[in-house]
Ligand binder design. Structure first.
Ligand code: UDX
Length: 428
């Protein structure tokens, strides 16, 4: 099929590359000349494992094209909107980019049937508004239908998540649009769920709100454990054996970050308020997430052994360079205010953090260099390379053998044996 994808962030570019790899012709539209030029040369701009290879392969095979203009809409059977929907001050999702893009699509529609589908996470009811815009700005005889086709990929494993999906959700009032989207998604594994527009939109928000709730629940239990000398991992391991509950996505830490959970929980609260629904549960999820970061900060402020901090992990999770709503930002801001000196190490996110903090903190090229002469080490992101690092060497390099681990990556009894003072989350 011929498809156009508008936006080339984590969702847009990964989706484009995967569909191109299946043999489709994919046109990607952006609005920054410099970025489009880089993409044309095979530079994905963002860091996502495996993305560069798949991008280069499909550029060479002439299955993926990048452009600033909307000409490809006329050639395309399906158009995906994958632009950002960042939160406004009040938590409401900012849909300016979605509506702007919808207007541009409308003006460029050809005279064949076109499916316009939102993959961006948008509040329930948005696709109807997109439909109104398409009707208003499209040429008289154009034929189109809107569909919601939300994306569930996780950064860091985005390609595998797209190809081996748990489910593909397609919501539309048009049978023809549903059939075309089913055809496009045929090679993708996972159950195909066909539903109405509003349900499809709500499925995405519900998934993210549920996952965020699981994390906040785990963090809440970690607070109980810290006050009672219980071990949160032992508690959740046992609780998770109950098949009705499960263990996945119940790992306590320094709170969730990223481009989805914080903004989607906020947006769901905003939509709930507009619909006159009591959003108590979701507000608690958000509040506990802040408490998780705060709790870790207080631990560092109380037990630190000096002003020099080595900090491992800046990205909001491993295998990405993304720092949107990363707990590291909250911690660095607050620690700087308290007069700490920070030397940070992250395999991918340094460049992005540098844009915020510049030379207010120092950066290291490797984890050992970061800990040299530091009074303590803070671990904020659980990159694999920290998991089996030479802890004896770390101990020797640190001025004092103290680790604050915000992701529970080491065994507390082993750390004790190695002679570390080890503070983790919800464990003695
Ligand atoms: C999430 C959803 O998982 C994905 O389906 C959706 O499409 C986009 O949002 P992503 O934000 O890329 O994906 O990462 P995810 O792996 O879900 O992690 C989000 C945050 O939660 C990270 O900060 C992570 O550290 C944190 N987390 C996750 C926990 O603190 N505990 C857990 O048990 C799981």
């Amino acid at each position: 099929m011929k498809i156009t994808i508008i936006g080339h962030g984590y969702v847009g570019l990964v989706t484009a590359c995967v569909f191109a790899d299946f043999g489709n012709i994919v046109y990607v539209i952006g609005h920054t000349k410099e970025k489009i030029e880089r993409l044309k040369k095979g530079d994905p701009i963002i860091y996502e494992p495996g993305l560069k290879e798949i991008l280069e392969r499909n550029i060479q095979a002439k299955r993926i094209f990048f452009s600033l203009d909307y000409d490809s809409i006329k050639l395309s059977e399906i158009v995906f909107i994958t632009v950002g929907t960042p939160p406004k001050e009040n938590g409401e999702a900012d849909l300016t980019a979605v509506f702007e893009v919808a207007k541009n699509i409308a003006k460029n529609l050809g005279n064949h049937f076109t499916v316009v589908s939102c993959k961006s996470t948008v509040p329930v009811g948005t696709n109807k508004k997109v439909e109104t815009i398409l009707k208003k700005y499209s040429p008289k005889n154009s034929q189109f239908a809107v569909a919601s086709c939300p994306e569930f990929l996780r950064e860091g494993s985005a390609i595998a998540d797209t190809i081996y999906a748990d489910r593909v959700v397609i919501g539309s009032e048009s049978k023809k649009a549903i059939d075309m989207l089913l055809k496009l998604h045929e090679p993708i594994e996972g159950r195909k769920v066909v539903t109405d527009l509003a349900s499809a939109e709500l499925i995405k928000y519900t998934s993210n709100a549920m996952l965020a709730t699981k994390i906040s629940f785990a963090n809440l239990i970690s607070f109980y454990c810290e006050k009672t000398d219980a071990d949160v991992e032992a508690v959740l391991d046992a609780v998770g054996l109950d098949k009705r509950i499960g263990r996945v996505f119940m790992y306590p830490g320094v709170g969730y970050g990223g481009s989805c959970f914080p903004k989607d929980v906020m947006a769901m609260i905003d939509v709930g308020k507009k619909l006159n629904i009591d959003t108590l549960l979701l507000e608690a999820v958000e509040k506990i997430n802040l408490q998780a970061k705060e709790n870790f900060l207080q631990k560092v402020l109380k037990f630190n052994q000096g002003k020099k901090i080595a900090l491992w992990g800046l990205a909001f999770k491993p295998n990405t360079d993304d720092i949107r709503f990363a707990p590291s930002i909250f911690l660095i801001e607050n620690l700087l205010k308290k007069g700490f000196e920070i030397t940070a190490y992250d395999p991918e996110a340094k460049k992005n953090i540098e844009k915020i903090f510049g030379n207010k903190i120092k950066y290291s090229k490797d984890p050992y260099e970061a800990v040299k002469n530091a009074d303590q080490l803070l671990i904020i992101t659980e990159w694999n390379e920290f998991k089996q690092i030479d802890l004896q060497k770390v101990k020797k390099l640190l001025k004092k053998p103290i680790i604050f681990d915000g992701r529970n990556i080491y065994d507390p009894s082993l750390m004790k044996k190695l002679g570390f003072k080890y503070y983790s989350v919800g464990r003695i």
